[in-house]
Design a protein around this ligand. Structure first.
Ligand SMILES: [Ca+2]
Ligand SMILES: [Ca+2]
Length: 629
């Protein structure tokens, strides 16, 4: 009888535990859904969700995918847990298994847990969702543009995982069923778990490029295929809400809809919009990180309400743990520092006061801005968006904006409010010392494995830097034929991955801040650029701060021969007109042939270096050579 009472108690305690659903869209901008102002694509299900729930209008993610996901699942800024940038297939690093995710906290409280969709926190077996508290996983484990050709394959594919095994390979075209398949999987999990508390984490691959709306949605919106895919996402939201209603779980389930970062503006019509916010994906302007967010919990969250208090993905973990009946101050959270706070009072309409002292805007480990109430202080130069330079007003620091008065961040009020500048600066300095920059006092390590492998043997490159022989040899391009502005596929230019190399060219320019050569992205590559007229040679050997650079001591003038090399002992050497002007011991080779294009006079998409360039290169580059000993 005693046992019966105990199990009865456990059951009634379970009844009090709410279910949690997070629908997480990739690269969806602030203005891309109806409740936040979109008109070209129709989002009736999200419109309904907003009518029945709460719009959160100052809700923050992070500038890029992996960082945002790490923040959501751990309640910490990416800088605290060494996730500064995006993970690529075969990276040795991932979210540290020692970090406790929302799923692990909830699993301890008896929740069924599932992750359906894009993981992007490391693709090594040690880092997959099933090692981070999720009972089930189904999805493409990283971005849908990280397709690679398999050895012996004829086209680039994405792996689709079932738990920790590759179940299928998807061609680009087959991505057009990915929203539908995730939705099927997610609704199945809801039905399977209806008798116990559950946590569904549904990070869609949509609406990240390449854009692949399902057949039934193509040509249906007034905003091209991007709008079509948003409409399919809206359909999926409808399916989730319908399933909860059918299971009579509406009033027991908190559903959060949000995005991982702002719109990828350089993608043109394949990217969304953050208006009226400034900037997009990859930046710490509001448009890069403030995301369209709706919370729905009938009977608990007031229908049709709006919350403009500062909140964000880092607050989900403490909020969910609190609502699930575990005190956030309990030992297993308190012994590890987290940055998020319980925002259940905001959601339940019991307060309009953000429980956080401030919000911090990191780009990697670089703390670029801090917000308290309506005031945002920018303390570092902020590029507008990934792949774009810096506007003329964004170079002077610090800059103070009042977001209530001017959401588009144009007017620098620093001179008018020195006391506010001082206050926010002291907050920023404190946080920067804790987890920013190169010598933080309180940063925890990322997960790392010794011998990383890709999930399947890839034809294009191997993670250890050894290029594998492809069955279909690609035609190499003649470097002399490339013109300024060219972008050439990486496998058509000489190999630089895992080996020494030398780049040389003759440059003629009067411009002082421009990109000469850029080959690679956020985790591998190299670049030559001018900063104040000085030549900068950069080697990128990993995410975040993992780059080495050397700079010529004086600006170049007129027609100049530049030679940059990375030697077998990782020493970087820069010569101007055949005279060595800078030399330094680096750390590593470029880990593999970069996946990103080789670009002349610019850098498309993911920047390999930190440029001061603000305008396109208009000069000449001649006699370009890339050689390996
Ligand atoms: Ca993203
Ligand atoms: Ca863990």
């Amino acid at each position: 009888m005693f046992l019966t009472i105990l199990s009865g108690l456990a059951h009634s305690a379970d009844l009090a535990k709410p279910n949690f659903v997070i629908i997480y869209i990739d690269d969806l901008g602030y203005a891309d859904i109806g409740p936040f102002g979109a008109t070209k694509q129709k989002t009736p299900n999200l419109d309904r969700m907003a009518r029945e729930g709460m719009k959160l209008t100052s809700f923050y993610a992070a500038p890029v995918c992996s960082v945002s996901r790490a923040q959501l699942l751990t309640g910490c800024y990416g800088a605290r847990i060494s996730v500064p940038a995006v993970f690529f297939p075969g990276n040795a690093n991932g979210l540290n298994p020692a970090e406790r995710t929302i799923a692990e906290h909830l699993k301890d409280k008896g929740y069924a847990t599932a992750c359906v969709g894009k993981w992007h926190l490391g693709d090594q077996p040690e880092f997959l969702p099933t090692k981070q508290g999720f009972d089930r996983y189904f999805g493409i484990p990283y971005s849908n543009d990280m397709q690679r050709k398999a050895v012996g394959g004829t086209e680039k594919v994405s792996p689709l995982l079932r738990d920790d095994k590759v179940a299928e390979f998807l061609t680009d075209e087959q991505q057009s069923r990915i929203v539908e398949r995730y939705t099927e999987e997610a609704t199945r999990f809801l039905r399977d778990s209806q008798d116990q508390p559950f946590f569904l984490y549904l990070p869609h691959s949509a609406v990240h490029t390449p854009i692949w709306p399902g057949e039934a949605f193509r040509g249906k919106s007034s905003n091209g295929r991007f709008g079509d895919w948003v409409e399919e996402v809206d359909w999926s939201v409808g399916k989730i809400l319908d399933t909860l209603r059918d299971l009579k779980l509406d009033e027991k389930t908190l559903v959060i809809f949000t995005s991982d970062n702002g719109p990828w503006l350089v993608k043109g019509s394949d990217g969304g919009s953050a208006l009226p916010l400034r900037g997009g994906k990859g930046s710490t302007w509001e448009g890069g990180v403030r995301v369209p967010t709706i919370a729905r919990w009938p009977g608990k969250i007031k229908a049709g309400s709006v919350c403009d208090s500062v909140a964000g993905t880092i607050d989900m973990l403490p909020t969910f743990v609190e609502l699930a009946g575990g005190a956030v101050s309990s030992k297993n959270i308190a012994e590890t520092i987290i940055d998020g706070r319980d925002i259940s009072k905001l959601l339940l309409g019991q307060s309009t006061q953000s429980p956080r002292e401030a919000h911090y805007y990191f780009s990697g480990y670089n703390l670029q801005a801090v917000r308290q109430g309506p005031w945002k202080l920018a303390i570092a130069t902020q590029p507008e968006t990934m792949g774009k330079g810096v506007e003329s007003d964004a170079g002077k620091n610090p800059r103070l904006y009042n977001l209530d008065e001017e959401i588009h961040e144009q007017t620098n009020l620093a001179d008018k409010h020195p006391e506010m500048v001082a206050k926010l600066l002291s907050l920023a300095e404190k946080m920067d010392a804790e987890i920013g920059g190169k010598n933080p006092s309180s940063r925890r390590p990322a997960g790392e494995v010794a011998n990383p492998k890709t999930l399947y043997p890839m034809a294009d490159s191997a993670p250890n830097g050894n290029a594998l022989k492809s069955n279909t040899a690609t035609k190499s391009v003649s470097l002399a034929d490339l013109s300024i502005g060219a972008a050439t596929q990486s496998d058509r230019v000489p190999q630089v991955g895992g080996q020494p190399f030398t780049v040389s060219c003759k440059v003629e320019t009067d411009q002082r801040d421009i990109i000469l050569i850029a080959h690679g992205g956020l985790s591998a590559g190299y670049a030559l650029h001018l900063r104040d007229g000085r030549v900068v040679f950069v080697v990128r050997y990993g995410n975040g701060d993992n780059l080495a650079e050397i700079v010529s001591p004086t600006p170049i003038l007129g027609n100049t021969k530049i030679t940059a090399s990375l030697a077998a002992d990782h020493v970087l050497t820069l010569s101007v007109n055949d005279k060595v002007v800078a030399q330094k011991k680096g750390v590593a080779f470029v880990p593999r042939q970069p996946a990103e294009d080789f670009c002349l006079g610019h850098d498309n998409e993911k920047p390999v270096a930190i440029y001061s360039a603000k305008e396109p290169f208009k000069g000449q580059i001649k006699e370009l050579k890339i050689t390996s000993p």
